[in-house]
Design a protein. Structure first.
Length: 232
């Protein structure tokens, strides 16, 4: 797909609200590996995605740590997971209309690449890394908090509910693995603040464990960790 005039890099910069000194960074951030496979000596965004993931997590972690002193470590971890998850990143990508700017192969585009959640969310992380490299940590940290403001507020108010179990099932089914079991390992604490610990098992092996204040929450946390492990 050839970008229309209104979908140039300058247009994307306006939507994001950041003007880049090094234009190569933002161009690399929106370049999918499939495009690089068809064009020699073209940089693509996977390395930037790796860096952006770390920058995003640190920025959100610091913000939550300083802003919400009364929240426990476990609760902070859970809220951070909601904020930096694939669904939240996809929400940001839609606000930026990233699908219109992605550089990808014709084959990837024909199979729905411009609307694929994983590709769009990865691109957001790559853009965050590009901003970090171009502007520095203090700038990108402020940028992240502003962009994720609504999502942060929803997470703190427990208004975000994510179905990691269904997402994991979908991912594993692509590889023919669908025998997933969730087993309650233990629970502890008083009835009004009980913690549940659940093991996620497939192929007869414990792949991850999750803690939550309900059985369902502990299962979702175990599924989230398993998804992260598969991505890594």
């Amino acid at each position: 797909m050839v970008l229309h005039e209104e979908n140039t890099l300058s247009s994307l910069e306006k939507k994001i609200g950041v003007g880049f000194n090094n234009k190569e960074l933002i161009e690399t951030a929106i370049t999918h590996s499939s495009y690089a496979n068809e064009n020699r000596n073209i940089k693509y965004n996977e390395r930037l995605e790796f860096l952006g993931d770390a920058v995003l997590e640190l920025s959100i972690s610091e913000y939550l740590f300083k802003k919400y002193e009364g929240i426990s470590e476990g609760e902070l971890t859970r809220k951070r997971a909601l904020i930096v998850c694939e669904a939240s990143l996809h929400e940001i990508s839609q606000k930026w209309d990233l699908g219109n700017y992605l550089k990808m192969s014709k084959g990837e585009e024909l199979t729905g690449g411009r609307t694929r959640v994983s590709i769009l969310s990865d691109c957001v992380e790559a853009i965050i890394a590009a901003i970090y490299l171009d502007k520095g940590f203090e700038f990108v940290k402020k940028f992240i908090i502003e962009v994720f403001k609504g999502i942060i507020e929803k997470a703190v108010k427990n208004e975000i509910i994510l179905d990691y179990k269904t997402r994991l099932q979908e991912v594993l089914q692509t590889n023919g693995k669908i025998d997933i079991k969730y087993e309650l390992a233990k629970y502890e604490g008083p009835p009004h603040r009980r913690k549940f610990y659940t093991n996620l098992i497939f192929d007869g092996i414990v792949k991850s464990s999750g803690m939550g204040y309900t059985k369902k929450e502990s299962e979702q946390e175990a599924a989230r960790k398993a998804l992260k492990g598969l991505k890594n």
